[in-house]
Structure formats: C-alpha cells, structure tokens
Design a protein around this ligand. Sequence first.
Ligand SMILES: Cc1cc2nc3c(=O)[nH]c(=O)nc-3n(C[C@H](O)[C@H](O)[C@H](O)COP(=O)(O)OP(=O)(O)OC[C@H]3O[C@@H](n4cnc5c(N)ncnc54)[C@H](O)[C@@H]3O)c2cc1C
Length: 404
Amino acid sequence: MFSINKKFRVCIIGSGFGGISTLINLSNLLKNNSLVEIFLISNSDYFLFTPLLHEVATYEVSPENIVYPIEKLKESINNFTFLKRKVNTIDFDNRKVITDIDRINYDYLVLSLGSVTNFYGNKNLEKNSFTLKTLEDAVIIRENIKKIFIKKNELKIVVAGGGATGLELIGNIKFYIDKLKVLFKNNIPVKLILVEKFDKLLQEFKDDEFSNVSLNRLKDLGIEVLLETEVIDFYNNKITFKRNNRIEKEIIDIDMLIWTAGIKPNPLVLNLDLEKNSNGRIIVDDFLNPLNYPEVYVIGDIAYNPNSKENYTTAQMAIQQAENVANNIYSKTRLFKYSKPFKYNHKGNLVTIGKNFGISNIKGYKFKGFYGWLLWKIIHLIKLNDNKNKLNVLFDWLSNQIYL
Ligand SMILES: Cc1cc2nc3c(=O)[nH]c(=O)nc-3n(C[C@H](O)[C@H](O)[C@H](O)COP(=O)(O)OP(=O)(O)OC[C@H]3O[C@@H](n4cnc5c(N)ncnc54)[C@H](O)[C@@H]3O)c2cc1C
C-alpha cells in the first residue's frame, strides 16, 4: 500500500444515516493507517433509526430500542474520535469547522446535517402541531394521544401529509387507540383524518397501484382521507382546510394535528457560503462535492445534484452516498488517486399501514397486505444496528401481535 507521508484529518459532521455510514466505511478502509485521523462531530451522541419512529409514537416499540450510542460503536471500530459539538458554521476557505466549543481544522470534510420539518412559513402550524422527526417527538405524540384519550369522551386526530411517514403513522395510531380502548375499557368515538395536498397518496412511490391500494386500506380501517386538501391554519384546536385549490374553507374542531407534510434542509445550511437550489439544498456535482471545494463532500437530505433525476431524501440515498464518499476520500489519501462518480441504485420502497398490512416493491417484485408487511418487518430488523436492539424490537413486535 502506498501512502503519502502526511497526516490527514477527515471531519464527518452528523451522526445520522449519512455520517455514521461514512464513518463505518472509512474506518474499515483505513484500519491500519495511522496517517489518517477521523473526527465524528455531532450534536447528538447516538444514532437514531428513523424508520421505526412511528412505532415508538404508537407504543409498538420502546424508544431505547431504536437508538445506538456512538460510544458503543467504539467496541467495533476504534480508529475515530467522537466530539459532541453543535456546529455553528464552517469556514471553507480556511478549512475550519466552527463549533459552540472550538474551531476544528480539517483536510477533508463530510457534511451530513439532515433536515427539519417544513411548515412553509406558517407560524400557527409550527407552534401548534406535533412533528415526527426526533425520538422526543415520537414520545410526545405517544403520551399526548394517551392523555387526550383518558381525558376526553371523543378523540379527533388529523395527520397532514400523505407520504410514507404520514401513512405509517396514522395506520399505527388506529391500532394504538384500539389498544387504549381495551386497556381503559372505554370505547369512545374516534375520528382519524389524513390530509393530502395532491390527488393521490404515496406520490414518492410513483406507482398508481400502490396509491390506490393504500387509499383503500385506510378506508377499510375507517380513516377518512381528504385528497387535494391543504391544512392552512391550526389555532385553538380549530383546523382550517382549503379544498380543491379553491378558497372554499372548512373549519373543524380537533384534538391534535400531526404535521408530516414536508421537510427542509437543516437551518445551518442557510448560512453556509455554498451554492444552493430553490429548496435550500446544497448543489453538488457527480462526486458529491460542492462547487469550488473538492475536499468537501455533502450527502444525505441536504445534498442536491442537478445532473441527477434521483435526489431522494431517504436513508437509502444517504447510506449509498456515504459509501461512495468514503471510497473517494480513501483513494485521495493514497498515492494513486482515483475518484468514482456517485451512482444511485434504487433498491425499492416499503411502507406499512397498520397491523399486518404493508406495501413493498423490491426491484419490481411487489407485495401487498400481510406479505408486504412481513417483508417490511424483516428488512427493517436486518437493517437495525446492534443485535441487542434487533432482539428487543423483535420482542416488542411479538408482544404487540399477541396483545390484540
Ligand atoms: C419518521 C421518519 C421515518 C423515516 N423513514 C424512512 C424509511 O423508512 N426509509 C428511508 O430510506 N428513509 C426514511 N426516513 C428518512 C431518513 O431518516 C433521512 O433521509 C436520513 O436520516 C437522512 O440522513 P442524513 O445523514 O442526511 O441526516 P440525519 O440522519 O437526520 O442526520 C443528521 C445528523 O446531523 C446532526 N446535526 C444536525 N445539526 C447539527 C449541528 N448544528 N451540529 C452538529 N450536528 C448536527 C444530527 O444530530 C444528526 O445526527 C425517515 C425519516 C423520518 C423522520
């Protein structure tokens, strides 16, 4: 192996899907290379497995089973330093990460800062609705549903957003409330409404059959679906809908609005001196470098390549980008440098809608109903980090199956 006789420092920012996957790939490649040091910098000292967040929000899985502490990673990889820091900005010209505590130099930088919920500037929605982005969000939803159930004689919940997150959440809420009814021996009337701005559900799957199947499933569960409807206000428990693009408005009283209708890049990205697209994502080239900075890599939800038709904000995308970036950084630390452009390989789509029902499309093989659900469960169990988490989640799922 040929190495250049200079010590390099790689800083990876973010401990989500992109950051952790970069770290694991890079540290495996650099196993015995003492000339490269890796810093993982994040404001969070654990990795969160977001695909199971809706299950935490509905008491199907315990919160601690979908987190993986960075400290634990050290048992399998030990050639990195973890720094718990909030990054405030980056001085790209002087190659420095500026944090709430210190300034950290880098030779190579990987940015994977993720996204936040987008309320499109609507302050009332931002202030009064619940979101599902963090572990705390999931626990708050779970506890709030229970609290309202106990306190009131009826329950009305609206989920805004007919994408995978909205569907998985509302499907599970239906079964969570069924459980509460049995537990508290109280069969109160419940109304669940899913609101979607466009004329079909699961737009991101680009599959009309799946849009129709999911619509029918929700109807079978007794969930009302309002298509071509926008939530435009929520204040004092009154929600205002705008229907079919007309100014026609409907105002109803509800107990809870959960907003899963959009994301935007981490606000820190706004202040970075890099070129961005109209949604605020950082423009990258085929090697995931932003303009003018070949030593910087941007991946995950904050990256956007105008030359690509595939700019999904998914874990699947962040993980594949991370692998490409790790290989390219590794190659740059060697004598014979060769960088490979990033090519996305879409493996499929998976979504569950409540108990025993899922839709899966794996490389064109489609599964609906129980088998779609089973496939979702198996794949997510395999993808979960850590054997202890896998066992605990499996136990949670089995007890849930037995319970109702
Ligand atoms: C409820 C839910 C369900 C999902 N389900 C799926 C699914 O089933 N399949 C799928 O493919 N995708 C799913 N996703 C999307 C997936 O989670 C994201 O696309 C993925 O996490 C993006 O990875 P990332 O590395 O860009 O960002 P993230 O994973 O969000 O990581 C960002 C990291 O940056 C850190 N950070 C943020 N700001 C700072 C700062 N200022 N300083 C230091 N550190 C900072 C954060 O703590 C975090 O560790 C889901 C998302 C949600 C919310």
